[in-house]
Write a protein that binds this ligand. Sequence first.
Ligand SMILES: C[S@@+](CC[C@H](N)C(=O)[O-])C[C@H]1O[C@@H](n2cnc3c(N)ncnc32)[C@H](O)[C@@H]1O
Length: 303
Amino acid sequence: MHIPVFKNRIAELLNLSKDAVVVDATLGAGGHSFEIWEQMISGKLVSFDVDKHAIERLVALDSGWQEFTAGVWALHEGTKTWYLANANFKNIATILRSLAIHKVDVVLADLGWSTDQLGAIAGLSYSKDLDAQLDMRFSPELQVTAADLLNNLSRDQLKTLFEGNADIYGKQCFWLIEKIVQGRPLSKVSDLLKILEDADKSGIENLVPRVFQALRIAVNSELSTLQSFLSEIPRYLGRGGRLMVITFHSGEEKVVERLAAEWQKQGVIAKNQQASYLRPTVDELKENISARSAKLYIYEFLR
Ligand SMILES: C[S@@+](CC[C@H](N)C(=O)[O-])C[C@H]1O[C@@H](n2cnc3c(N)ncnc32)[C@H](O)[C@@H]1O
């Protein structure tokens, strides 16, 4: 079962006004969206998920869901409406335009993928399925697999990938790149694990999860998608609007903090907000250890 990170804190921070418009960019199992929906007296909630199973699971729970347009579902209850959009959050502008929504009060994004999703994609699990191809694509429309990157990128390109997506620098990065280049061609999970097998002996700890994460982020263009999505937000959040982003690794943190620094310069958010975030409490971590690297960034918009 997916336990939403920062559920109670987000519930306290929502503070929804009458007729609030809220975007949950990452529906997942719906933990945060249900909380928002329950708190909402009137208004609109728009929940996105690129994974159609997340949308289908929720639609199956209530016979009131109706298909609104292709890939978008609607549920009406009194004076509030909940829309579900099977769409990438980078397409927020297209979806909101189709719903005639021009202003939003709260935007929430709980980034990443659930454990179930990670287990369902070929090449993402380094503990199971060693025979799987190094694919890592969340969407079949994507052309480039992790094996393509490992086998074709130059040393410099691999350096950029591992530095930018997993903070692997210096000697460790050099060691890794040489192993990849000498181990080519790599096609299966077991091929990649084999070349990383003496990383511990070389004094590099915890390398395997970081390498797999870096490749997954690159294959699915996760950071440029996040950048596109966040760049759209100021046009929807006016004075008093709030953006809450839950990140899980330094690549996401850098994208969020870089954009927030620009907003700060432009006077869109208050000073000293850029890099301030909350961490899960000890009690939250007891319940959900996978939240140990989570950070909750909250930005209140001034205009
Ligand atoms: C960590 S889960 C969210 C969990 C959710 N907050 C809950 O309470 O259950 C992240 C979800 O975001 C979705 N997702 C990831 N990247 C996305 C993107 N670019 N656009 C839309 N959804 C995305 C994933 O499919 C996944 O279901």
